[in-house]
Design a protein around this ligand. Structure first.
Ligand SMILES: *Cc1c(COP(=O)(O)O)cnc(C)c1O
Length: 378
């Protein structure tokens, strides 16, 4: 243990130890085995999908979800600018072109009206749109009702990047159940972890079978090794799936703890002029993976970066929100439809320690440091 307080550390303990030891003793030390099968069934049933395929990362899951949907060179994929680079990278792996759509200022999620405006422009210019990839930012569900309605109008598949939002809901329906397919990440910093891993969920048996095939080096069913196309080595190890099963049993308890932190930050910033907890009026539907604040420097009298420096000085980790993809050097020549929201959130947002593993004395310390900072601003 270090003394540093992190934004989101893995929350693993006795139950995970028990599950991984059972898997180890079972002898299934491979990217297949009973824990992978059960983990897939358990995630599918948790989010109400017919099929789930466990994969080596959320990025791998996105990559194969796109390929299985026919995304490839010569097509455009409309995605969120406000996201982690993995979303856009996976699109680029397929040879398709990512086209970035800005967000709603309130949630940071894809703006459905901007999406609705962009599609006819592109189609009118004779372009092919192969998919829409919205992202549930920091665990807040996208407005799937609005996005799906736009997608349906043009018959474009929605592939949901739900890497950050397992356990969240939209209109009381679990995230992961929206879209043609959806992907989760079990990276170390996510709401639950396998130390590294991902999952694709879908109701389409062809998509599930195709993803499974591509993830196992596109090996054909033959006793010898037969391959008719290029595949990938993207399956999840049975040992890691065992950790995931233990984590899934604890998911609701971990969400409750993160939700309590959301409430805690709200109580700190409630009466601070110019500061609000990001997306905080949707808490019931949010898995509260990370809690961020948005600081309007004119009203608050300080910048989010000033608070970040004060926290860093006390060895407390905090970070700006994702830097929008349309501002990233690697995507500087990519097309984007922007409205200023993601740029303003990047400038004014700050993500605070939000992990379910945070101890009460750590939370007290964070509170003391923030309160002292706020007093010093008076
Ligand atoms: C974490 C993340 C991913 C990638 O998941 P990995 O398991 O790290 O590959 C993709 N999209 C978003 C929005 C993420 O936050």
């Amino acid at each position: 243990m270090s003394d540093r307080i992190y934004m989101s550390s893995p929350d693993v303990g006795k139950l995970e130890e028990e599950y991984i030891l059972n898997a180890l003793h079972s002898g299934w030390i491979a990217p297949l085995g009973p824990d992978v099968d059960k983990f897939e069934q358990e995630i599918a049933s948790r989010v109400g999908r017919s099929y789930a395929v466990a994969l080596s990362s959320g990025t791998a899951a996105l990559h194969l979800a796109l390929l299985a949907q026919g995304v490839g060179p010569g097509t455009v994929v409309l995605t969120a600018s406000m996201t982690f680079a993995a979303t856009a990278n996976a699109i680029c792996y397929t040879g398709a072109e990512p086209y970035f759509i800005d967000c709603l200022h309130k949630t940071g999620n894809m703006d459905p009206e901007l999406l609705a405006k962009t599609i006819p422009e592109l189609l009118g210019a004779g372009e092919r749109i192969s998919a829409i990839v919205p992202v549930d930012l920091l665990g807040k569900a996208v407005d799937y009702t609005a996005i799906q309605a736009v997608a349906d109008e043009y018959g474009i598949p929605v592939i949901a990047d739900a890497a950050e939002s397992l356990g969240a809901t939209h209109k009381n329906r679990p995230v992961g159940s929206w879209g043609q397919s959806a992907v989760f990440s079990f990276n170390g910093n996510k709401i639950m972890t396998t130390s590294g891993g991902g999952m694709l969920v879908t109701d389409d048996s062809n998509v599930a079978a195709r993803v499974r095939h591509l993830a196992t080096q596109a090996r054909e069913p033959a006793v010898h090794y037969e391959h008719a196309e290029i595949g990938y080595n993207y399956r999840l190890s049975n040992l890691l799936a065992a950790i995931g099963r233990a984590q899934l049993r604890r998911l609701d308890e971990m969400i409750d703890r993160r939700r309590a932190l959301r409430t805690f930050y709200k109580s700190i910033f409630d009466d601070v002029d110019g500061v609000h907890v990001f997306g905080g009026d949707q808490d019931g539907e949010d898995n509260c993976w990370l809690t961020s604040i948005v600081v309007d420097p004119k009203r608050a009298g300080f910048r989010s970066d000033d608070l970040r420096s004060a926290l860093t000085a006390q060895n407390i980790e905090s970070r700006p929100l994702w830097k929008p993809m349309h501002l990233q050097p690697v995507f500087k020549s990519s097309r984007a439809k922007v409205n200023g929201s993601s740029e303003s959130l990047f400038e004014q947002g700050l993500t605070l320690p939000s992990g379910s593993v945070l101890q009460p004395q750590e939370v007290d310390f964070v509170e003391a440091v923030i309160k002292k900072f706020l007093l010093d601003q008076r």
